[in-house]
Write a protein that binds this ligand. Structure first.
Ligand code: NCD
Length: 330
């Protein structure tokens, strides 16, 4: 693995490896000695966080994951303060970052830009890896990784993710998190997906074709009530109104696509409720205290999954694994 542009770079062995490494780093970080070990792994490496689209969790978890590994970071979060305002091309900006750092982590409002950055890197003499932290409506591979890890952890005493029925609800047409997660879930045999959305916001045909090609079962419904009792997990998403053309989402009633106390009553006692956050009215704060609500743990898992990913991309995963037994007992 060099670049992480789409979820397709992860096959099942790599997913299992990354989930294992996430648990190792999470456990190590419980002791001061473990944290210090991690901190001393990459003190000579530098990363660039290039985020020209709003972000709280992904930015902070990437930034802190770098710091946990000793990687120093620089950032551009607002293209108005970069040379792009002087007309510098995207390609020249990316090439410039690569002159100064060893890793580029980037989020853009447009689809396809992380892929463009990776292609550029592959064509220059001193390439650095590119990690996609969200590209338009298209892809969010590192979110999908932490989602897989959260599902794996939630079902670890219940046979794992295999064979589970997983609902995805909300604005499926424009949500990049669910699109990337579908691409990873096809690696888990027996998983059945239920897409729950208003018809105008259903999952795009490319993802449905992808699931069909890989033999992953899915069905679509506009009725949450009908499928609630059968779900082992529900992945709730918000309306991506920033992509609205002519207020299209305000013309649709999304109020039926929300989870609160009433919905919880009808779900399995073991069900898992996830959300990539930030949330809107589709996920009621009243259910935050329910043991099935997994989104705050999911958010925290994101930090450790990103530590594992950056460690892997920058080549210290084996070193962490080899040292793990030393810290297990602390
Ligand atoms: C998601 C994103 O940016 O796609 N947020 C995140 O990274 N946790 C989901 C969203 O904004 O709805």
């Amino acid at each position: 693995m060099f670049h992480v542009v789409t979820a397709d770079v992860f096959d099942r062995p790599l997913l299992d490896e990354l989930c294992g490494l996430t648990t190792v780093t999470r456990t190590m970080a419980k002791s001061r000695e473990g944290l210090r070990f991690l901190q001393e792994l990459l003190p000579t490496r530098r990363a660039m966080l290039y985020f020209t689209q709003p972000s709280t969790r992904t930015f902070l978890s990437m930034n802190n994951a770098c710091h946990i590994l000793g990687v120093r970071t620089s950032e551009i979060r607002n293209p108005d303060v970069s040379s792009e305002v002087k007309g510098e091309t995207f390609e020249d900006s990316i090439r410039t970052f690569s002159s100064y750092v060893d890793l580029i982590i980037m989020r853009t409002p447009q689809a396809g830009y992380a892929a463009r950055a990776a292609d550029l890197m592959d064509a220059i003499p001193r390439p650095v890896p590119v990690v996609n932290a969200g590209s338009g409506k298209d892809q969010h591979p590192t979110q999908a990784l932490l989602d897989i890890y959260t599902l794996e952890r939630s079902f670890e005493n219940d046979g794992g993710v295999e064979g589970k029925t997983i609902g995805m609800m909300g604005d499926l047409r424009r949500g990049r998190t669910v699109r990337s997660l579908c691409r990873l879930l096809r690696h888990y045999p027996g998983v059945r997906l239920v897409f729950i959305s208003p018809p105008a916001f259903e999952m795009e045909p490319d993802i449905k074709a992808y699931l069909e090609a890989h033999g992953t079962a899915y069905r679509e419904t506009d009725n949450l009530s009908d499928c609630l009792p059968e779900l082992d997990a529900i992945y709730v998403t918000r309306v991506q109104s920033e992509h609205d053309l002519e207020n299209e989402s305000s013309q649709v009633d999304f109020s039926r696509y929300s989870v609160g106390v009433d919905e919880l009553r009808r779900m399995k006692p073991s069900a898992v409720i996830m959300h990539p956050l930030p949330r809107g009215p589709e996920l009621r704060p009243e259910i935050d205290g329910d043991p099935r609500s997994m989104y705050w743990r999911q958010e925290r898992n994101g930090l450790w999954m990103r530590v594992a990913l950056i460690a892997t991309v920058l080549g210290v995963a084996d070193e962490i694994r080899a040292a793990a037994p030393r810290f297990a007992a602390l």
